[in-house]
Design a binder for this molecule. Structure first.
Ligand code: ADP
Length: 164
């Protein structure tokens, strides 16, 4: 069985991520979308919210599993018996980081390959950071994220405002 892992923060999942997830799910038997619990990075959405948004927006893909992981990605991949990581590439600015990261992982585990999917042109500007920034100022994110994610974002900002 061909298994791949698509790792990331997904804070929150965007149409850009979903495009990579759909395209890779079509090429493997089982795709694990793995949400990284990063203790060094403050996330806007909790792990539970990120998992929920991913599960809801990938439910049309029967071979996609959404999971959380912390610690080392290579150890997680080993535990899941997986030798293929999939990452998306948007611009040159992504390339340097991804290149170093892929080589480092390969050094640690030579059987672990990283494959890259070029973003679709229409998503090349799209990032979770951009969505979070827009959302903070009440901007319209409907063209950037699926309706379910938009609802979660709006609910979060409403409850944050009422708490303030
Ligand atoms: P990380 O914090 O690990 O970079 P992200 O959630 O930001 O995680 O991204 C996960 C993966 O999705 C990365 O490989 C990233 O390059 C890719 N990605 C994010 N946005 C897009 C997009 N608009 N088009 C293609 N790939 C994307």
């Amino acid at each position: 069985m061909k298994i791949a892992i698509c790792p990331g923060s997904f804070d929150p999942v965007t149409y850009g991520h979903l495009n990579i997830i759909e395209r890779s799910a079509a090429l493997v038997d089982h795709l694990i979308v793995a949400v990284f619990r990063n203790p060094n990075k403050h996330s806007m959405f909790t792990m539970e919210e990120r998992l929920d948004m991913l599960k809801e927006t990938t439910k049309h893909l029967p071979n996609v599993e959404v999971d959380a992981f912390d610690g080392l990605l290579n150890e997680y991949a080993e535990a899941r018996n997986c030798h293929l990581l999939i990452r998306g590439l948007r611009a040159f600015s992504d390339f340097e980081y991804e290149f170093q990261r892929a080589l480092l992982l390969k050094k640690v585990n030579p059987t672990l390959e990283t494959a890259f999917f070029m973003t679709e042109g229409k998503y090349s500007f799209l990032s979770s950071t951009g969505v979070r920034e827009l959302a903070c100022f009440g901007g319209n994110v409907s063209k950037l994220v699926p309706p379910y994610v938009q609802q979660v974002i709006e609910a979060k900002f409403k409850s944050d405002k009422s708490e303030a």
